[in-house]
Write a protein that binds this ligand. Structure first.
Ligand code: CS2
Length: 484
């Protein structure tokens, strides 16, 4: 079977039930650079951008960050790939053509900073995961991170390839400034609260490490905008079976295919320093204040996702949908949203949190997605503080017991500490703190000591939460129950 590429599009046009780009992809100039060419970007921002082109030059040049696999898959396909929606009300498969350049972040001769320095680029989008920003617990740049320190030390060194997002953005903005100073907007699309503000702070903190960083920071203030955004679409990692299915449906091999749910949402703070794609044409909400949307999404959907993933993995359920079939897990997710998260939230105008909660559970139940519990449980130590600890803190301050949020945290602890499911099968769930927390396994026989070991980890638990007797008691009780 032939590989999907531009030459094949004419042949694909004869197939029914397949949506193709309705413009000549070769005619679209590049106006966006994206860092983090993963499945989520392809199923989310790229789709919004293609639907918001209006014939303008908003093609995307995307860089991989850690692994080059996606760029190696997409470059021979002229950046074309298929989005396959799964579940009720799915649209037909769609070939997306807006990805004009698929580049390897770790080896492409044209580096991301070089590409971003091009004045034709007006927007930079980011999906580098929560972990990728290298944040301290107070969400500033972790300047003690060895790669951050290295990027700062070698900032101007000829041939130095920046490995951190902070280094890449600072280098890009430095080049942009010296090459004419065209304004730019940096649009983060990761599940981090106030992501625009956070990325601005990360770049500032990085500049503070540079000899002439103050002048760069000052220039950034006047020329670069960092809107916050809230992104939502469930996009599991594609499997070989997914690729076979896409090949069957489009009649060509597509190593870049993505599968996702039909639902998608993008709320974008309307604060840009330069023109942008017409994302509103694709249904994005441009608003002055993303915070109410962000808090609802992180504290309800993402928090419940982590709860289902961690308890589900421990119970031996391979997928989120299978875990939701377990009535106790489904009920815990509902209670977490209704009893712990919702009372801490100010819902955006017109949004009913009970309806939202039930919609989230329905989306998790989508059996066609095959979203694995291990994928969602990955990097728990960076996700837990963002998704759950704000709720825990607010409920404790209100004199309430965050029973269900504490269950999610306890399940994560057991997942890391025990590393196996109920049947003793090993769980492969990467976590940046796995090394530091490895000693917890030896404490499984003593839940109080086990919980204490985790609570002492300041990268996850601020001192005032670690010292809270109610939280400690809840965690010990849940850990004991989960181990039973
Ligand atoms: C998930 C999210 O992997 C995870 O941690 O909770 O990526 C989730 O699927 C998306 O945020 C949905 O928008």
């Amino acid at each position: 079977m032939s590989r999907l590429n531009r030459a094949l599009l004419a042949r694909l046009a004869e197939r029914d039930g397949l949506r193709l780009p309705d413009y000549d992809t070769a005619d679209v100039g590049t106006g966006v650079v994206h860092l983090g060419l993963g499945a989520f970007h392809r199923a989310h921002q790229a789709v919004y951008t293609e639907d918001g082109l209006r014939g303008e030059d908003w093609g995307i040049c995307a860089y991989t960050q850690r692994s080059d696999a996606a760029a190696r898959a997409l470059a021979p396909q002229d950046g074309l790939y298929t989005v396959v929606e799964r579940g009720a009300q799915s649209a037909p498969p769609r070939v997306v053509g807006v990805l004009r350049e698929a580049r390897c972040g770790v080896s492409d001769p044209v580096t991301a900073p070089e590409r971003i320095a091009d004045p034709a680029i007006r927007v930079v989008t980011l999906t580098v995961t929560e972990r990728g920003y290298r944040l301290t617990p107070s969400r500033r740049l972790d300047v003690r991170d060895p790669l951050v320190a290295r990027d700062a030390a070698l900032f101007d060194a000829p041939g130095h390839r920046h490995r951190t997002v902070a280094g890449q953005l600072a280098a890009a903005l430095h080049l942009r400034r010296v090459r004419g100073g065209a304004p730019l907007t940096v649009v983060p699309c990761d599940n981090v609260p106030g992501n625009g503000r956070v990325v601005r702070a990360v770049v500032d903190d990085f500049c503070a490490l540079l000899p002439h960083g103050a002048a760069l920071s000052e220039w950034i203030d006047g020329h670069v905008a960092f809107p916050s955004t809230v992104v939502d679409r469930i996009v599991p990692a594609a499997t070989p079976a997914d690729r076979r299915e896409t090949a069957r449906r489009i009649g060509a091999d597509d190593l870049g295919t993505v599968v996702c749910e039909p639902y998608r949402q993008w709320v974008v703070e309307d604060s840009f320093a330069a023109p942008r794609p017409h994302w509103e044409d694709a249904g994005a909400t441009l608003t002055d204040d993303v915070h109410p949307y962000e808090a609802v999404k992180l504290r309800m959907l993402n928090a419940a996702h982590s709860l289902v993933a961690c308890t589900g993995a421990l119970a031996g359920h391979p997928t989120i949908a299978a875990a939701l079939d377990d009535p106790r897990i489904a009920e815990a997710a509902r209670q977490l949203m209704a009893c712990d998260a919702a009372p801490s939230l100010r819902a955006p105008h017109g949004l009913d949190l009970t309806v939202y909660q039930e919609t989230v559970l329905d989306r998790f139940r989508n059996p066609a997605l095959g979203h694995t519990t291990a994928q969602v449980a990955t990097d728990g130590s960076v996700k837990i503080p963002i998704r759950l600890l704000g709720t825990v803190e607010d409920r404790l301050a209100a004199g309430a017991e965050p029973h269900w949020a504490a269950l999610a945290v306890a399940a994560w602890m057991v997942l890391i500490g025990r590393g196996t499911d109920r049947q003793g099968r090993p769980l492969s769930v990467p976590d940046p703190l796995a090394g530091q927390l490895a000693g917890s396994g030896a404490l499984l026989g003593n839940p109080a000591a086990f919980v204490g070991h985790f609570l002492a980890e300041r990268a996850v638990f601020p001192a005032h939460l670690a010292d809270d007797p109610v939280l400690r008691r809840l965690l010990i009780t849940h850990v004991r129950d989960l181990l039973r």
